[in-house]
Design a protein around this ligand. Structure first.
Ligand SMILES: Cc1ncc(COP(=O)(O)O)c(C=O)c1O
Length: 583
């Protein structure tokens, strides 16, 4: 079938009814009749039309070289073939500036790494909306228009980590559709600002929500679909147009730019559309080329499975990695996976900017750091193409900011302050042991406990000692007053689960910087625990909560000359009042 033809068949797999659910997009339907998904899905997640999983078994039967394109008809199997638009002197609209991105030689980084091959960057941030996702957004919109699923006046809804949203919002702005983007809290404010400027409406969801929970961006988008008439989720996780956009254009451009001969291509994976589409075309036209996938530590897309084993549960690089395997990701075309980490990724992204002048984003750094590693054995004359997925515009207040990197221990800043206390450690502070509560305690009882004990924040800890969040006056107030939780709900639902952690060796200058933006930080200690005679587990134990008042009290007592008089540790109500700074 076509390349990527995700058409119909292959009913194997654990999800036995998958084949009866149409391939993406997901439509609410123009009539009031129950959609197919309503009849099929067992999981509801509060979506009246049922929950359509983003990891349904792929129905694609693509095999390299099997279905020949029909250039006259402009089809390949069940799919239409798209071509990169020619560079025009005057473009009819900005959507013509999607695709045809430049391939740029990496000079200094390649030399420093001692590479023999030619290292090249496919610069997707030059697309009109600033990322590789503009390609799939336009393709999915135009496919839906051609099939009649998307009509003037309709609403496009999409769950996305941001860049697909920007691509869709851009197409919607130019073509005149209403656009609603559902995106996790983690995604940068810069992406949100760009989306708003393009006229998109935005719904935020908790980053910690797993993909299949009712609060996930995927479930929330599907609930909106059921509520809004004439709306459509183009569904990048299952839409054949996602990998096809790259099969038809990105891969063809790379092949053309390399005169048909490329030895290694390397890129990150989110939905997997980019790597599946490029990988499939490359396997057909350049079968010896090695396809390398980059997956952040903390994600589970890489194979073999043991590569994904890690203690890391959160990463700051945006746009890649998932906690499920999206339908459009075809891992059979990936020869090798490399796991990336935040530190190497952001350092390389800064080098790409500083040394090569490429204004790329953090995941581009991840890809390039892995490319330098993967291409070590390539020979002179061979070519390695690394795909730089988005630009720095999305991250101006993130990895472009030295302070942001220092807060994450990615770089060390020379502290300009010469305060006597700057190099002292958190262990010098007199912290009271914190009181904690179980996740199941009701919100009303948590408030009673805070009042009785005089605490404004309580770590939420499971019976087995895992820290799952912090309930603060701010978090309870925010959720209760907005009607998001009731007094009888478990406190876990009203706690913050992104907060700063530090340890007893953290310097007071770093603590001071953290407290510039956070009301509190948890001081944790790693404890080793034998679970039987030979197995040992590492567990985080909270040794205290630190706030501005702890730091101020320490400094003022020492400056007054009565430093460690042991007279008073921090009172439980040790900071607070005022609005929450974290989250
Ligand atoms: C920022 C960003 N967006 C999108 C992608 C590609 O995502 P997908 O796998 O969904 O095609 C990448 C891959 O590196 C990325 O870094």
């Amino acid at each position: 079938m076509s390349p990527v033809a995700i058409a119909e068949e292959n009913m194997n797999g654990p999800k036995n009814m998958d084949h009866k659910i149409p391939v993406g997009p997901i439509t609410a339907g123009r009539s009031r009749k129950k959609s197919l998904a309503t009849q099929l899905s067992k999981e509801g997640h509060g979506c009246p039309m049922g929950f359509v999983r983003p990891d349904l078994t792929s129905r694609c039967t693509w095999k390299a070289n099997e279905t020949k394109p029909d250039m006259k008809k402009g089809t390949q199997g069940p799919h239409s073939i798209d071509k990169s638009k020619d560079r025009m002197k005057i473009m009819p609209d900005v959507l013509y500036n999607i695709g045809n991105t430049p391939l740029v030689r990496i000079n200094k980084i390649s030399k420093t790494a001692g590479l023999k091959c030619e290292l090249l960057a496919k610069c997707e941030f030059f697309n009109a909306g600033g990322s590789v996702k503009d390609r799939i957004a336009l393709r999915m919109v135009e496919d839906a228009e051609k099939s009649g699923m998307l009509k003037a006046g309709d609403t496009i809804i999409e769950p996305t980590s941001g860049n697909t949203g920007i691509g869709l919002a851009l197409a919607a702005a130019v073509k005149g559709y209403r656009c609603i983007i559902v995106l996790p809290e983690k995604m940068s404010n810069e992406k949100v600002a760009t989306l708003r400027a393009l006229g998109a409406e935005i719904v935020r969801t908790p980053t910690s929500a797993s993909w299949d929970s009712p609060e996930s961006h995927i479930s929330v988008a599907q609930r909106l679909l059921a509520e809004i008439p004439n709306s459509i989720i183009l569904d990048q996780y299952r839409n054949p147009g996602n990998p096809l956009a790259h099969y038809d254009t990105t891969a063809e451009e790379i092949l053309e730019q390399c005169d048909g001969k490329v030895d290694m291509v390397i890129m990150g994976a989110g939905t997997g559309g980019t790597i599946s589409g490029i990988g499939r075309k490359i396997k057909e036209k350049c079968p010896d080329c090695i396809v390398v996938g980059v997956d952040p530590l903390g994600s589970i897309l890489a194979e073999p499975e043991n590569l994904n084993r890690t203690e890391v549960s959160y990463y700051d690089v945006e746009g890649t990695g998932y906690d499920f395997i999206p339908t459009v990701l075809d891992r059979t075309v990936v020869d090798k996976w490399i796991k990336s980490n935040d530190k190497d990724s952001f350092i390389m992204a800064r080098r790409l900017i500083r040394e090569e002048g490429l204004l790329c984003g953090g995941s581009s750094g991840a890809t390039m750091a892995c490319a330098v590693q993967a291409s070590q054995d390539l020979k002179p004359g061979q070519k390695c193409v690394a795909l730089l997925a988005d630009g720095v515009r999305n991250y101006m207040t993130k990895f472009l900011d030295d302070q942001w990197l220092a807060d994450r221990d990615i770089i060390e800043l020379k502290d300009e302050m010469t305060n006597w206390w700057a190099e002292e450690k958190v262990s010098s502070l007199e912290l009271s042991a914190p009181l904690s509560i179980l996740p199941s305690v009701a919100v009303e009882h948590a408030i009673d406990i805070m009042v009785k004990e005089g605490y404004d924040q309580l770590p939420v800890i499971t019976e087995s000692g895992k820290i799952v969040g912090v309930a603060t006056m701010g978090s309870l107030k925010a959720k209760m007053l907005k009607g998001k939780v009731n007094a009888t709900d478990p406190v876990e639902a009203a706690s913050y689960n992104t907060f700063k952690k530090l340890n007893l060796d953290t310097t007071l200058s770093k603590l001071n910087r953290i407290l510039d933006t956070e009301h509190f930080a948890l001081v944790v200690h790693n404890q080793r625990l034998y679970t039987n005679q030979k197995d040992i587990q590492e567990r985080e134990v909270i040794v205290g909560i630190v706030t501005d008042i702890d730091l101020l009290q320490y400094i003022s007592r020492h400056e007054a000359g009565n430093g460690s008089d042991g007279s008073g540790s921090t009172s439980p109500r040790n900071s607070q009042q005022g609005s929450e700074k974290s989250n």
